[in-house]
Ligand binder design. Structure first.
Ligand SMILES: [Zn+2]
Length: 452
């Protein structure tokens, strides 16, 4: 049997995952992500899909990051009427993400007039048609079988396998940086014929994770000594929960004195509750904590501030204190209010714990700009700026190579996607050189035939 895979997005760049598997009997889409997450206003996101949305039969969703789900409601708006499939946790997180994206879009539309990518009803219709399947619980889609396994990337993230008559293709989604404290390790995609693999860090090796908790501790103690405020712009899914867990470990073990920590992100607060609902997906360490009656995301000193009034009141709280708020690259969200307040202060620290995309406010500050404009206000930065490494949620080049290698001897062809061109080409070359397997870096719109 023959199928074709068409790369409608997620090639030549890390964002916008959107792959179409045409099996002859069905058109199955995998992911439908947003491009340039820091600027949802960008024209690329508003452009029509390069296929007829109403002709698609099914949509498989790997995980709830915006670059994998962000245009799903637009797909529904543009005529998609079929079912969606993911793990239960991904559906719950996607519902929160759509809600948050609608709020952010409304704000941007009011300020910049860039219009709405979709309306609330589109997101609601997507969620109404959304079916869920657990990891390792295969289900049928016409003459195809589909199975989700644990990607170890964020809560609920899946590697998607589509099979027919003993042949299979695996879509990696994003591959986790295992081992991680919160999640189980990435499941290896054994016995696969074809693979669509991500390559965000296809050409780089991560620094060790060993030092990151100590670096976090040092930043907290420096803040305590300076009687200042430590600002941490953080991504709502996974990164925030890792920070809470690591602070929890230090405070509850008695190795760090309690300090006021404000979790000032309505989205991150709700996402943390989703983690609490899916204890069975968490790592053995975390499950044991919950079973022992301890909440690993809560500790003395932590205050959650879901309401905007509570958020504003944080500025009246005495120092030292820590504020964790989104968005992770300071492109929007409450962190901007705090940056306006604290960046001009000498005894404050801005601590990055994640990748800052070129052009984002976070990146400009990280690169050393001393004057920035935040929501019309000129800010002179006197605060210290630093970054913690070791928090990446993605596999690095060596982990990706092991992931591909685990597919085994049947592996015929690998499509290297979701990376900057340099990164994808580097990984493809290593797959050819080290594994002797054909590896292709597709371009946008390429359609390639496979035996499936
Ligand atoms: Zn992701």
């Amino acid at each position: 049997m023959k199928s074709t895979v068409t790369f409608h997005g997620g090639v030549g760049t890390v964002t916008g995952a959107n792959f179409l598997l045409d099996t002859g009997s069905q058109k199955i889409l995998v992911d439908c992500g947003i491009l340039q997450q820091e600027n949802a206003c960008s024209e690329e996101n508003f452009a029509p899909f390069s296929y007829d949305a109403s002709a698609i039969d099914a949509l498989l969703v790997t995980h709830a990051h915006a670059d994998h789900i962000g245009r799903i409601p637009k797909l529904v708006h543009d005529g998609y009427k079929g079912p969606l499939y993911s793990t239960p946790a991904t559906k719950d997180l996607a519902a929160l993400m759509f809600d948050d994206a609608l709020r952010v879009m409304k704000e941007r539309d009011e300020k910049q007039g860039c219009g709405m990518l979709y309306e609330k009803e589109d997101a609601e219709r997507a969620l109404a048609a959304w079916q869920v399947h657990d990891y390792r619980a295969p289900f049928s889609l016409g003459d195809m079988s589909v199975e989700f396994t644990d990607a170890g990337h964020i809560l609920g993230a899946a590697i998607v396998r589509v099979s027919r008559a003993g042949k299979s293709i695996v879509f990696s989604g994003d591959v986790g940086n295992s081992p991680e404290p919160l999640l189980n390790d990435t499941e290896m995609p054994r016995n696969s014929d074809y693979m669509v693999v991500e390559s965000v860090y296809g050409d780089r090796v991560h620094e060790g994770k060993e030092g990151r908790k100590e670096m976090l501790r040092a930043a907290v103690e420096e803040t305590r000594k300076n009687k200042g405020t430590l600002l941490i712009p953080s991504f709502s899914i996974e990164r925030t929960q890792i920070l809470l867990f690591e602070l929890n470990e230090m405070v509850e073990s008695g190795s760090m004195a309690p300090i006021p920590v404000f979790l000032d992100s309505p989205l991150a607060i709700r996402v943390t509750d989703v983690f609490r609902r899916y204890k069975e997906l968490l790592s053995p360490t975390l499950r044991a904590r919950f079973e022992g009656g301890d909440d690993p995301f809560s500790f003395p000193g932590l205050k959650v501030t879901p309401n905007i009034g509570q958020s504003r009141d944080i500025h009246k709280e005495s120092d030292p204190k820590i504020i964790i708020a989104g968005a992770g690259m300071s492109g929007g969200g409450r962190i901007r209010e705090h940056e306006r307040e604290y960046l001009p202060m000498k005894n404050a620290t801005l601590l990055f714990v994640g990748y800052q995309a070129p052009g984002s406010l976070g990146r400009r500050i990280q690169d050393g700009e001393k004057h920035v404009v935040i929501d019309g206000e000129h800010i002179r930065i006197k605060a210290s700026v630093s970054a913690l490494s070791g928090y990446s949620g993605h596999a690095d080049r060596d982990q990706l190579l092991s992931f591909v290698e685990s597919a085994g001897e049947k592996l015929k062809k690998v499509f290297v996607t979701m990376g900057e061109p340099k990164s994808s080409l580097f990984l493809a070359q290593r797959i050819k050189d080290f594994l002797g397997v054909e590896a292709i870096v597709p371009e946008k719109g390429d359609s390639l035939e496979i035996e499936l």
